[in-house]
Design a protein. Sequence first.
Length: 283
Amino acid sequence: MEVAETIESVRSLVRAARDEGKKIGLVPTMGALHIGHISLIEAAAKNCDFVAVSIFVNPTQFSPGEDLEKYPRPLEADLEMCQRAGVDVVFAPASDVIYPGENLTWVTVEKLTEPLCGRSRPGHFRGVTTICAKLFNIVAPDVAYFGQKDAQQAIVIKRMVADLNMPLEIVVCPTVREASGLAVSSRNQYLSEQQKEDAAKICQSLQDCRRMIETGTTEARQILARMREILQQIRSIEVEYISIVDAETLESVERITGKVLVAVAVKLGPARLIDNILVDAGR
């Protein structure tokens, strides 16, 4: 496994692989790798011949007051995980490699970035789309892999790639969960064992939602009320949003008739946690 710290070095390694006719897969991460990331790497390894993982804590996607400074950066442990997972190259640039000066050019996806997390995280998705555009330009992958846990991010990135005619495929892989149902996240390490147990209510609320839809409930308001009731059983959970939206446009729905994304964001102790499920009422 190679570790590239410069744009020139990672491009050289990818170019050599492409010259050999290899299909290039990219897994973009901010490090603090966990089994969710490993599942993305495994998907890339299964379908591609050369796997690149980027590790970069992107400052432009953190809103003011968020956890940029304390975000975990266990690079050596991350590199060991990548080595064991069979990664070919890890691109781990310093911030001044990606942003060598004042950044004046940004990629913005409209509409899709406004609901859900966009309401409380101004500038977040502009940072996400810009860093992903940079990584796609630097690494030039054939396929990039994202997790369903970050559903809005995946939808936004897919739209950016389509609208800008970028020559790559975006693959979204299933959410990986702990035994309790809690979606695996780098920010879970902020939680105590009791808080992790409490956070399992997020998954419970989503599964109750799925059961209600699958047994014929179509009124979003009724389902949302039940989900809020479940989450409010834990006093330490502060609900940021519970939303049922169209799975493609992310517009809120009042009556569920087709495929919807049910998304939740809460604050619990020092962590902001998100989770979601896709449900197709038409099936």
